[in-house]
Write a protein that binds this ligand. Sequence first.
Ligand SMILES: Nc1ncnc2c1ncn2[C@@H]1O[C@H](COP(=O)(O)OP(=O)(O)OP(=O)(O)O)[C@@H](O)[C@H]1O
Length: 356
Amino acid sequence: MDMINARFRIDWPSFTLDVNLTIPGRGVTALFGHSGSGKTTLLRCVAGLERPSHGYLSVNGQIWQGEQEWKPTHERPIGYVFQEASLFSHLTVLGNLRYGLKRVAGSEPAKLDQVIELLGIGHLLERKPDRLSGGERQRVGIARALVVNPRILLMDEPLAALDVKRKQEILPYLEQLHDQLDIPVLYVSHSPDEVARLADHLVVMDAGKATATGPLADILARIDLPIHLGEDAGAVLAAEIGAVDSHWQLARVDFPGGSLWTRDHGLPVGRRVRVRVLARDVSMANAPPSHSSIQNVLQGHVDAIGEDEHPGLALVRVSIGGSQLVSRLTKRAAFDLGLTIGQDVWVQVKSVALME
Ligand SMILES: Nc1ncnc2c1ncn2[C@@H]1O[C@H](COP(=O)(O)OP(=O)(O)OP(=O)(O)O)[C@@H](O)[C@H]1O
């Protein structure tokens, strides 16, 4: 089975990286954690830019680092995308992509046309980099990383240097990477929103260690992790558009165990989507609510109770059929409801973010 196995130990005077990871060999794995937790250092180890004293790395069956082996960076088939794309200013976009192609030694280059289409940069090919917006530059940077036909794509906060509008512009292209690329992507981010939209798999980094690793929905629904997300705490559900109410312009998203109504985005019935439900938008009751303007009411049972960042708040995980939602409520409300593990509850969901 396709896998990435990575074991690295680095001892610097003020920082130790010590990880032992198995990551799927396909899809987007986000390396998520606070500043200084070691995300970039881990990415650099995979790229061969750091040489850990103890290390092992195999990427889908190829060993890049072992007891005896060490492949230097230029022999590793990687694509690397940084916060800001450093394009050659004297070359056009096409010139920059062709320059990238020269790096391909021995292996078949990616199909240039496919990469250009994937990133939607066909209309920019004759432009020089100084006539591109930040988001366009970054799309060209990603295309350049892909033309070398890498076996893994490493992305280090590729949206961090962009303003909100540019981020929104580039996110749909990044979302397509899941479906269209058959190589693994390691994506460094400290934005919960980006991670919720883009990642399939999550590695949570804290002080040089990987404190949790697993499928995105499972890790986000864990309420016992040392990394708290504050206002961004919540769950992500894999769902499908189940029905559209064109009169009220609403769409129903179905997920294992239930369904929720949200604004219609014009997506067809049957389309697979992701749904993000923030913990602050989920309230709880121990009887079915009778007079409420909130239409999204689901029945489930409490399966975990944990601490929030704020001492007056609790995080409660509720299991609904095969899915889990997280609710954030005051400890006083939790006490008043007499919440215990296994208790039946009704959750009301005030707002649902639909991600295509
Ligand atoms: N070459 C180096 N020598 C010594 N210490 C280093 C070196 N490179 C990074 N560090 C330290 O290692 C720690 C982890 O840095 P790293 O850049 O991997 O964190 P990060 O999680 O990517 O942070 P950010 O989100 O801010 O980019 C930091 O304390 C940093 O100062």
